[in-house]
Design a protein around this ligand. Sequence first.
Ligand SMILES: CN1c2c(nc(N)[nH]c2=O)NC[C@@H]1CNc1ccc(C(=O)N[C@@H](CCC(=O)N[C@@H](CCC(=O)N[C@@H](CCC(=O)O)C(=O)O)C(=O)O)C(=O)O)cc1
Ligand SMILES: N[C@@H](CCS)C(=O)O
Ligand SMILES: [Zn+2]
Length: 770
Amino acid sequence: MATEFPTATILGYPRIGRRRELKRAVESYWAGRSTAEELTSAFTALRHATFDRLAELGYDRSNSSIPENSSLYDQVLDVTWQLGAIPQRFSGKSELDLYFALARGDQDVPPLEMTKWFDTNYHYLVPEIGPDTPISFANDHLVQRFVEAKNAGTLTRPVVVGPVTYLALAKAADDAPEGFEPLDRIDDVVAAYRELVSAFGAAGATWVQFDEPALVSDNLSVSRIDLAEIAGRVWPLLAALEDRPSLLLALPYGDGRMALPAIAGSGVEAIQLDLVRGSAPVPGEVNLSKVRLVAGLIDGRNIWRADLAAARDALIELEQLGAAGISVATTNSLQHVPHDTADEKWGDTELNANLHDWLAFADQKVAETAVLARGLSHGWDSVAADIAQASTALAARAIAPGVRREDVRTRTAALTEADRTRIPFTEREPIQAQKLGLPILPTTTIGSFPQTPEIRNARAALNRGEIDEAGYTERIRGEVAKVIKLQEDLDIDVLVHGEPERNDMVQYFAEQFDGFAATRNGWVQSYGSRCTRPSIQWGDVARPAPMTVEWTSYAQSLTGRPVKGMLTGPVTILAWSFPRIDIPLGESADQIALALRDEVADLEAAGTSIIQVDEPALRELLPLDADRQADYLDWSVGSFRAATAGVRPDTQIHTHLCYSEFGQIIDAIAGLDADVTSIEAARSKMEVLPELAANGFFRGVGPGVWDIHSPRVPSTAELVELIQAAAQSVPANHLWVNPDCGLKTRAYPETNATLANLVEATKIVRAELA
Ligand SMILES: CN1c2c(nc(N)[nH]c2=O)NC[C@@H]1CNc1ccc(C(=O)N[C@@H](CCC(=O)N[C@@H](CCC(=O)N[C@@H](CCC(=O)O)C(=O)O)C(=O)O)C(=O)O)cc1
Ligand SMILES: N[C@@H](CCS)C(=O)O
Ligand SMILES: [Zn+2]
């Protein structure tokens, strides 16, 4: 007999730590400053801090309402490790050394690929699966974690990426035969998961949560219909086990309704649906009499206080579905939001009071689930005051100063197609070529140079008031001068100023825009130990003053070579912030685009001949639902063009994309109409280029030749090969040579060595082409 599922839960809690304790612990281990035991003990302490906090917020330690979604690096990597699905090149390594080698590689072995987790700014490590990849229940670390927590007094609900999603997110190993798909190994994976489920059962778990978001996505190589069919076949095999814990199958991030018929009768005890991104079935659509519906009504992707009245109404409707029970949950794991609004203070202004009233970070969301659960169990009158408070806050936000600005609205409403259109590329190309006079295969970098401890310390000292603005500027100018000199010494053709003044490529701009608020402690894991502090777009967006012109002009004053102006595009600014949800995203994108358009004009007026507008998140925001994709691509491409199309024909616009599968957005990349597009390509060995060529892409392209995610220095010979491969797909007069992405996470030794090899390799290929 199944133990009743709790009436309130979250699918996962932030796991980097309130003060990024996990980041510090793993980085210290990597640097050899602490031992494996010290890392494990810091990790354990952090997990227990989470359990304690959730108990303090009202979750019961003994009923599986507390999820255990901790991970030392990534939840998909945890499954790879657990299955022992280790590519051959990592043989000889074991335990934590193996785990972190898979994640980060070393000089001898490249790491697993990293890519976006659904439509979030979180990145997972892509499993490499071939016909012979070992797959078994090889490592019971997840079970050990459960046992350790249980012995210490918390009966957690372990959270594991589900078997279908694991394989749907995998790539075929390089040596796999043509036509092989990782999902061909589903039976082996399910056999291992059966052992895992049994082991959790033997260890005393009452509920285990398996996340199957692949079932809500149209953006994977296998269709959603096929994935539902596979899930409908394999989940009954897991549910058929005897002496197992109850199973919660979660469908976060999108609309799980289509998959529901395939899994509702699988024998799992509970199914979670994301009811913010997705929709609920109507009565009679699917038989839910044997499963509890876990209603994802509290948005785990955003930081806005929930509309509790609307959630209450939704729950009342859901009660008509005849499910075996109803619980309240978040739409997805809270790993994408910061811990607690109580850690923030936005000055002593009205905005501070307002934001505290309008926002809900993880801890506030936990409280929201508890209020709704109380309503479900004790009647809605019992929570009427909480619901009314939420409604009052929402109403106040709508009319607060700055939320709607007529000057901004008038400008976006006046935008025309002409504002978004330049003269044709073929006409502006010769004008730019003549002005810039660059060699064939121009070399450049993507923008950032290593963010050294000195730079970060200078910024931290400024924030603490230990140095003043002038002292800070002087230090950063010194860094810019160093980076310019280095690039000249390396003989790079198109230079960058290195972005040392930027804490983050989005936050830096958000801090300068009206309508945005940054956080001090709102850290969210981006990948591994890397975090960002997404800013909050609370009002209409405008640019009160130029943001980058002084830095770019200073850098340009130090050299005769062109220095690129460097901006972040509207889509990426929105994707890596917490956007407002009371107006369409496309409207916000146009507001940001117009602010950037002014910046582009100021850069051009200051003599900048190449301006790069990064849009690495263009693919990330592509809706998981195919029906919504065309509209998205339309407004996202339109906003980029609104930001960039105001320039003269002789100003060269670059853009940069990374971290994604580009297949579905090739047309959109062309639609941006940038003169040069630098694109991540090294890890996938230039895979994207034939696709671009086949789609008639005819503008400049800079396929990345250095995978900057690893400190590994590629040899000149390797780089020559990659450039030669690129030249097979892109005409030499349109080919640029650059790394995959910015160098901010790298250190100088590998940066200097690789860039020297990159320039040398380019010169070799240039000579061959001459
Ligand atoms: C390009 N990417 C980005 C994404 N999203 C973004 N918002 N930004 C990006 O650049 N998504 C896709 C990719 C990959 N993602 C990342 C994400 C994060 C990093 C990274 O290096 N993050 C840094 C933190 C960056 C930052 O905000 N730095 C601040 C604060 C630095 C700090 O920690 N200060 C200390 C005190 C000083 C000290 O002792 O060092 C403190 O506050 O305690 C700054 O520079 O001022 C990270 O460390 O995680 C890279 C790629
Ligand atoms: N210009 C940015 C782009 C990162 S996606 C950088 O170089 O870091
Ligand atoms: Zn990038």
